[in-house]
Write a protein that binds this ligand. Structure first.
Ligand code: IMO
Ligand code: MG
Length: 430
């Protein structure tokens, strides 16, 4: 009963969906375990581009089962739009897409509240995707104001609970923020309309996964965001509101930790970040702008320009530990083809002291100086290489350096967006 977890090693947008799409072939079920429509997972297949926000990227493989786990916060409207979109493009979803009845629902007031709160934070804004993620997890943890996918199946109960919740929310909207109150009945009507369309997909997904485990099926857990956006292990408070690291795959699905056999860390050959917060290896402004345009580093969810920088090896090492990585998938290696020289951050210096870990406090992380190793570039196109030996020597050296820093073997190397642009060094072992 192999279970593989795929997680981002940095701040998201590492090319997770390309790797998940690739690994789906060898698995039977793909399950999202945290986050929500803040994710933008891009798969390019046969020249066609697909961007997934809530549906697992595995849906493109006919016959594979896809699960939205209990750890996800689900936006029903965004989900139904995404569903329509994939169906419209010929993807069959009946009988192979399931939503956990325990997944919490993103409500309109979550998105409204997030907009108000981000504006109120001024220069201290997190730079969220404004998909209502933070306020939804907040209500989940409060144990008072959360609504779950399973609640949609009982319209009377849903209406009653929503009225009470909205009464409390309206106190905050009107008294704290001086904003317009929310109309509970209008929200109830809207959501109960979605409920009818969602009913066939809502299930006890942990039970589905356990049955699959017993039958020896392969399960792939698809992470969203990245380790440095983890609510516990990331650059708090400039993080998302879920456990994006491998531990989240257990709590967000109901799969026990002893069942996990592989944890693949997805690391982009350079680093990017969208949203605010520290970023020690960020390029200087001019180079940052140039590389962003060359690499088309604009958010798949919000189209915001992404901040770009050199590969941060300290974070990679940290991620290897936090996630218990067993393998790495390096993505977008080809994007470095143009550079004559490359840098990898090997350590930080803070107040004259050398650091090999991520400091807990933003105030400290903001002040660290990145210390780099410089490696020669290869200035040769790598996009048509199909095995490791076909990569230029300096590209192979770069990959070996990544392995050394992480202390984890590189299994896969992405050298372009298409499905066949993936070099397999060591395949999945179980
Ligand atoms: P994928 O899965 C990159 C960032 C936001 C912000 C912070 C909090 O495509 O890699 P949130 O809306 O989650 O409360 O925002 O997290 N963020 C991401 N950055 N990739 C993502 O997802 C992200 N999802 C959230 O920009 O800094
Ligand atoms: Mg993305």
């Amino acid at each position: 009963m192999p279970v593989t977890v795929a997680v981002g090693t940095h701040w998201g947008d590492e090319g997770k969906a390309k790797v998940v799409d690739f690994l789906t072939e060898k698995n039977d079920i793909v399950v999202r375990f945290q986050g929500g429509a803040n994710a933008g997972h891009t798969v390019i297949a046969g020249g066609e581009t697909w961007i997934f926000h809530q549906i697992p990227a595995g849906i493109l493989h006919p016959g594979k089962v896809c699960v939205v786990g209990n750890g996800v916060v689900l936006d029903p409207l965004a989900f139904l739009e995404e569903l329509d979109h994939v169906r419209g493009r010929g993807v069959e979803v009946e009988g192979r897409l399931w939503i956990s009845d325990r997944a919490h629902l993103v409500m309109p007031y979550h998105k409204q509240l997030e907009g108000i709160q981000e504006a109120a934070r001024g220069t201290g804004a997190i730079g969220t995707t404004r998909r209502g993620i933070g306020p939804t997890y907040y209500d989940k943890v409060s144990r008072e104001h959360g609504l779950r996918a399973g609640d949609l199946l009982d319209p009377t109960g849903f209406r009653t609970r929503l009225r009470k919740i909205v009464a409390d929310k309206n106190e905050v909207f009107t008294r704290v923020y001086g904003a317009e109150p929310v109309n509970a009945d209008a929200v109830a009507e809207e959501y109960l309309g979605y409920a009818e369309q969602m009913r066939p997909f809502i299930a006890d997904t942990a039970a589905i996964l356990h049955k699959a485990q017993n039958a020896g099926k392969g399960i792939l857990c698809e992470g969203a965001q990245g380790t440095l956006l983890d609510i516990d292990h990331g650059t708090y408070p400039f993080v998302t509101s879920s456990n994006t690291s491998a531990g989240g795959a257990c709590t967000g699905t109901g799969i026990g930790p002893t069942a996990i056999s592989e944890v693949i860390g997805i690391v982009k050959a350079y680093t990017s970040r969208v949203g605010n917060g520290p970023f020690p290896t960020e390029f200087e402004c001019e180079m940052g702008n140039r590389m962003r345009d060359l690499w088309n580093e604009y958010g798949a969810t919000t189209r915001r320009p992404r901040r770009c920088g050199w590969l941060d090896g300290v974070i990679l090492e940290y991620s290897a530990r936090i996630n218990g990585l067993t393998g790495l998938a390096v993505t977008a290696l080809d994007r470095l083809d143009v550079l004559s020289e490359l840098r990898i951050c090997r350590e930080y210096v803070l107040d004259g002291k050398r650091l090999h870990t991520v400091p807990a406090r933003t105030e400290d992380f903001d002040r660290v100086k990145a210390v780099y190793d410089t490696l020669p570039g290869w200035q040769t196109e790598t996009t048509s290489a199909r095995c490791f030996e076909e990569l230029p020597e300096n590209a192979r050296r770069y990959i070996r350096r990544i392995e050394e820093i992480a202390g984890v073997p590189v299994r896969y190397v992405g050298i372009g967006p298409e499905r066949d642009q993936m070099i397999v060094l060591r395949p999945q072992t179980v």
